[in-house]
Design a protein around this ligand. Structure first.
Ligand SMILES: [Zn+2]
Length: 243
C-alpha cells in the first residue's frame, strides 16, 4: 500500500506546523537533510501567525509573517503551502477537513511530519489532529476535491514538543551538518525574534541549540532532532523513512 516502505527514505516530505516558525524550530534540520538527499520538501503552515507581536496589528503582521515564511522555505528549498487560518483559533472542524486534504493531496507525500498531539499550544494540538485525520481521508478515492486523490496513507511522524517536555522520541535524525541551515531558516522570522524575547523571554536560537544538543546527546550526535512514529495501521513503515 505504501510507496515509502519500498524506499530507503521518503522522497516527498510534507511538514505541517501551526505557526509560521514552528517547522523551523522543530524539524528544519531534518528537512534540509531530506533536500540534500534529493527529496522534494513541502512546508504546510496552518495559521497566519497574526497574534505574534505587540508592535504590529494583526493584518499587517499576517503579511509580514507570510513573507518571513516564504523566505525561510526558500532557505530550505521547500515549497510553501499557506492555509492562512487565524492565529490562536484553529480547530479540527468539518470546514477545515477539506482544506487540509487539499494541502496533503497537493504535496502527495510519502512521509508527513507534524506536531505531537499533546504539545503545549492549542493550535499545535489542533494541527496534529487535523493532519492525522486529513492524511487518512486524502487517500479515500470517493472523497473528491480539486486535486487528485493521494496515492497512499503515509507514515506520520510527530516532531518534538516545545522544549522536549513530555516527549520521548522513537527516532532521531543527526542534524549536525544541517544545523546551520536550521538557524538560517529560523532567522528569517525576524518578527518572532523580538516577540519571543519580549513576551516569553526566550532567545529562540539558544532554545533550538540546547534542544538539538540534548537530543544529540541521546543518540551520539552533536545535534539531533527527535521524532515519534504514529503507531497505527497502515502507517508503520517496515524500513526507516527518516534520513
Ligand atoms: Zn507554534
Amino acid at each position: 500500500m505504501s510507496r515509502a516502505t519500498e524506499l530507503p527514505h521518503a522522497q516527498r516530505v510534507l511538514a505541517v506546523g501551526a505557526h509560521p516558525d514552528d517547522v523551523d524550530i522543530l524539524c528544519a534540520g531534518t528537512l534540509e537533510k531530506f533536500r540534500r538527499q534529493g527529496a522534494k520538501v513541502f512546508i504546510g503552515i496552518a495559521t497566519n501567525g497574526d497574534m505574534g507581536s505587540m508592535l504590529l496589528q494583526p493584518p499587517e503582521l499576517a503579511k509580514v509573517r507570510e513573507a518571513e515564511a516564504r523566505a525561510s522555505a526558500d532557505v530550505l528549498g521547500a515549497e510553501l503551502l499557506w492555509l492562512g487560518y487565524p492565529d490562536e483559533f484553529l480547530y479540527d472542524t468539518a470546514e477545515a477537513r477539506p482544506v487540509f486534504i487539499e494541502m496533503i493531496r497537493k504535496a502527495a507525500p510519502d512521509l508527513i511530519i507534524t506536531h505531537t498531539p499533546d504539545d503545549y499550544h492549542p493550535d499545535h494540538r489542533a494541527v496534529s489532529e487535523a493532519v492525522f485525520g486529513a492524511s487518512f481521508v486524502a487517500a479515500v478515492p470517493n472523497v473528491l476535491t480539486n486535486t487528485e486523490v493521494a496515492p497512499t496513507i503515509p507514515p506520520l511522524y510527530y516532531m518534538d514538543s516545545l522544549g522536549g517536555v513530555g516527549f520521548m522520541p522513537t527516532d532521531y535524525v543527526d542534524i549536525t551538518d544541517t544545523f546551520d541551515a536550521k538557524v538560517r531558516a529560523l532567522e528569517c522570522h525576524e518578527s518572532q525574534m523580538v516577540w519571543l524575547k519580549e513576551y516569553n523571554d526566550v532567545d529562540i536560537i539558544d532554545f533550538i541549540e540546547v534542544t538539538a544538543r540534548f537530543r544529540g546527546l541521546a543518540c551520539g550526535a552533536r545535534y539531533a532532532e527527535g521524532y515519534r512514529r504514529a503507531e497505527v495501521w497502515p502507517r508503520v513503515p517496515s524500513r526507516r523513512v527518516l534520513p
